[in-house]
Design a binder for this molecule. Structure first.
Ligand SMILES: Cc1cc2nc3c(=O)[nH]c(=O)nc-3n(C[C@H](O)[C@H](O)[C@H](O)COP(=O)(O)OP(=O)(O)OC[C@H]3O[C@@H](n4cnc5c(N)ncnc54)[C@H](O)[C@@H]3O)c2cc1C
Length: 292
């Protein structure tokens, strides 16, 4: 199929983007095009205007600021994956990026675009939720910060206003010595996950959990923190009964309906298995005194 006709503009500043979005209701931002272009071709989206942001130079860098990795809107997945500051400071994010689509898509698709597309199974939204990150939105009224837990509203729906561009994503760097794990299962490598689980954990010298964060994707209408799972694990040594309690609670968070990939029961069982394995892996990396 061919897309409906649309106007195309390629501004060179953020202000011009917000103006174009404000003056053309229904206009859409084009970043890497890896999700939007297929949507146009299938006529799932028919905007009257595409606002291409590739020519804005201020949005193409990755840098560290206030213990966060800051990623500009034009930064491709592959640039984040290959960035040594990300690898050294946020190994969990580095690990999760390996699961994002295929190489050719990672070469074009942007990390901020993935957050804005907000597929409930996408990896970067899970990491942003897990680490209590945020995005910067710029619109005609100025700039605002949107915390991850307020950004993701539903599958492919965010709290971004139509006239706003997300200029940057801010991923907090995990505490030093954090153990971590990112696990997912998809029927084919590079596909969106049927279920994905991420864990960050700190333990004391007796292997008692001092802090733990657990998030999952593909199991609900948007990526979520499993806060009751975190509560039950706090202070435990993660013996078999602790893991069992955690998986029993985890099941309640799996609310996605059956689809062509999985029945409800399959997704629940899968998520519990991923969680159990991810917790053990996170504890093992924490034991190694991994520098997070
Ligand atoms: C076959 C296939 C498999 C894939 N598998 C995965 C996967 O396993 N995991 C995964 O995470 N992703 C996957 N993707 C998606 C990929 O990661 C995309 O790159 C990403 O979702 C969108 O990034 P993009 O830069 O291409 O955005 P675009 O396609 O250009 O835009 C996507 C949406 O976000 C909006 N948008 C983009 N940037 C901004 C911005 N700065 N401000 C406001 N709105 C913006 C656009 O208007 C559009 O609505 C897959 C894609 C394909 C085609």
């Amino acid at each position: 199929m061919k897309p409906s006709s649309f106007e195309y503009v390629a501004p060179t500043s953020v202000q011009e983007v917000t103006l174009a979005l404000q003056e053309n209701p229904g206009a859409m931002i084009l970043a890497g095009g890896q999700s939007l272009v297929p949507a146009l071709n299938f006529k799932l989206a028919s905007p009257a205007m595409l606002v291409d942001i590739k020519k804005i130079p201020d949005l193409d860098s990755i840098f560290l600021e206030n213990q966060k990795i800051v990623i500009g809107a034009n930064v491709k997945h592959v640039q984040v994956e290959e960035n040594t500051q990300v690898k050294d400071n946020h190994p969990l994010m580095h690990e999760a990026l390996k699961y994002v689509a295929h190489g050719p898509i990672r070469n074009q698709g942007t990390t901020v675009g993935s957050l804005c597309h907000a597929d409930s199974a996408a990896e970067m939204p899970i990491i942003l939720i897990l680490t209590d990150g945020h995005v910067t939105a710029v619109g005609p009224e100025g700039e605002r910060t949107i915390p991850a837990k307020e950004f993701f509203k539903f599958h492919m729906t965010t709290s971004r206003r139509d006239s706003e561009i997300i200029t940057h994503a801010h991923f907090p760097i995990p505490e030093k010595n954090s153990g971590y794990s990112f696990l997912e299962f998809a029927r084919r490598s590079g596909d969106y996950a049927i279920s994905a689980v991420a864990v960050l954990m700190n333990i004391d010298e007796n292997s008692r959990i001092l802090s733990v964060k657990v998030a999952a994707g593909g199991i609900a209408s948007c990526p979520i923190r499993l806060s009751e799972v975190e509560d039950v694990l706090l202070g435990s040594t993660l013996d078999k009964s602790d893991v069992r309690k955690a998986t029993e609670i985890c099941i309640r968070y799996v609310t996605a309906p059956a689809d062509v990939h999985a029945t409800v029961e399959y997704r629940k069982g899968l998520t519990c298995r991923l969680l159990a394995k991810a917790l053990v892996q996170a504890k093992e990396t924490a034991k190694k005194g991994f520098i997070g």
